[in-house]
Design a protein around this ligand. Structure first.
Ligand code: PLP
Length: 401
């Protein structure tokens, strides 16, 4: 049992708590599902880029999937080997490509033909051979929220099959490119296996046709996207996921890579916030808490659902909106949920807040980013200090004239 009262007194609110033991369980479940083949799990750092979270996963053997050079630097700082780091993303700057090559990371995932040329130029300037993979857009509907769907041709991600093939041939013929991987990632919070399997089939077929022209792919990167339980979803089981991929690969011998973010950390996290007061406008009841959309934006951004629990209260249940103090009507955590009567300083726990919550937080309304705390083997420890007012203004105050 987590002692929310003691933790919130010790670290203040709002607060993020992460159960590191749960992260272990998730990692181990996925890793063991793939044990029949060579595999590398590259944690998608953008889900939760706290250095201690990255280090925790790195210590278990995970690599990192990064989408900026800043994330690559985080991964290296957290002790992850350069040979387990990949750089993805639809728009990489020249200096990011250059630094990734200098740091000799495992590979760069290309998302366009134009990018292939930029990487070739940078590799040539260093007189190096850049290990690359191509992100293929299999054009399959992932059946998830449109904002987090990425595998349809109308999305900006990846290239079609013909373009991919052309890119592999170009890379093969270049002195400065080494095509070692192939990649797809069709969306996030996926709860159906069939679109993943179909995509894997399409991409595995491309691998076979590349093999026929002497281009041997070593890394088969199936992206991330495994869904988690926010509101009782039926989830894809790691075992079924791995088996589906194995089936599409048949006898192809490649290291299977995957890039889970949400799956590894999403359900490990909780956001703890305190009730400031209640307010009733006509017949509408609001529970106003000290956390806000700048701390956790998923409800505002995607209309995402997070379970919410008001601790130690059971009486006078009625419908309420749980809202923060930010000056936006979109600043809410939940609308029209059943909640007992609450009082000043009561604690509210927002569940499934380990992924895409802290990393999307901002200083909007000059609110400091909140503290983050790890729970492991019954111990708690601070992994990010609460941002102070001075932290927030430090890049401005010297310019005040
Ligand atoms: C965001 C992203 C991931 C992680 O997605 P999850 O849904 O958190 O698993 C993996 N790969 C790429 C390329 C991404 O953009």
């Amino acid at each position: 049992m987590i002692d929310y009262k003691t933790l919130s007194n010790k670290y203040g609110t709002p607060l993020y708590l992460y159960d590191f033991n749960h992260i272990n369980d998730q990692y181990n479940a996925l890793k063991s599902a793939f044990r029949a083949r060579k595999s590398l799990i590259c944690y998608a750092v953008k889900a939760n880029s706290n250095l201690s979270v990255i280090k925790h996963l790195g210590d278990m053997g995970a690599g990192c999937d990064c989408v900026s050079i800043g994330e690559v630097r985080r991964a290296l700082l957290a002790g992850v080997s350069n040979y387990k780091i990949i750089l993805s993303g639809v728009g990489k700057r020249d200096n990011e490509i250059l630094e990734a090559l200098e740091k000799d990371i495992l590979m760069i995932n290309l998302e366009s033909e134009a990018e292939l040329e930029r990487v070739e130029i940078q590799a040539k300037s260093l007189d190096k051979k850049a290990r690359i993979s191509v992100r293929v857009n299999p054009n399959i509907d992932p059946k998830t929220h449109p904002y987090i769907s990425t595998g349809l041709h109308e999305n900006k991600f990846g290239v079609d099959l013909d373009t991919a093939k052309r890119m592999y041939i170009k890379a093969k013929n270049s002195d400065f490119l080494d095509p070692v991987g192939i990649h797809f990632h069709i969306g996030s919070q996926l709860t159906e296996l069939s679109p993943i399997k179909e995509s894997s089939e399409v991409v595995a077929d491309l691998v076979r046709s590349l093999k026929a022209i002497k281009i041997d792919i070593k890394f088969f990167d199936i992206g991330g996207g495994l869904g988690i339980d926010y509101e009782g979803e039926r989830l894809i089981k790691p075992y079924d996921y791995a088996q589906a991929i194995f089936e599409t690969l048949g006898t192809l011998d490649m290291t299977i890579m995957c890039e889970p973010g949400r799956f590894l950390v999403g359900n490990s996290g909780e956001f703890i916030t305190k009730v400031l007061y209640e307010k009733v406008n006509e017949d509408k009841r609001f529970v106003i808490v000290d956390g806000a959309m700048n701390d956790l934006i998923r409800p505002s951004l995607y209309n995402a659902f997070h379970r919410i629990e008001l601790l130690d209260r059971e009486e006078n249940i009625s419908k309420a909106d749980v809202v923060g103090p930010v000056c936006e009507s979109g600043d809410f955590f939940a609308k029209d949920i059943n909640l007992p009567q609450s009082y000043h300083d009561d604690l509210v726990v927002i569940k499934s807040a380990g992924a895409y919550c802290f990393t999307m937080s901002s200083n909007y309304n000059t609110r400091g980013r909140v503290a983050e705390v790890a729970l492991e083997d019954g111990e708690d420890r601070l992994i990010r200090a609460r941002e102070s007012f001075d932290d927030m203004i430090k890049n401005e105050k010297d310019y005040l004239i």
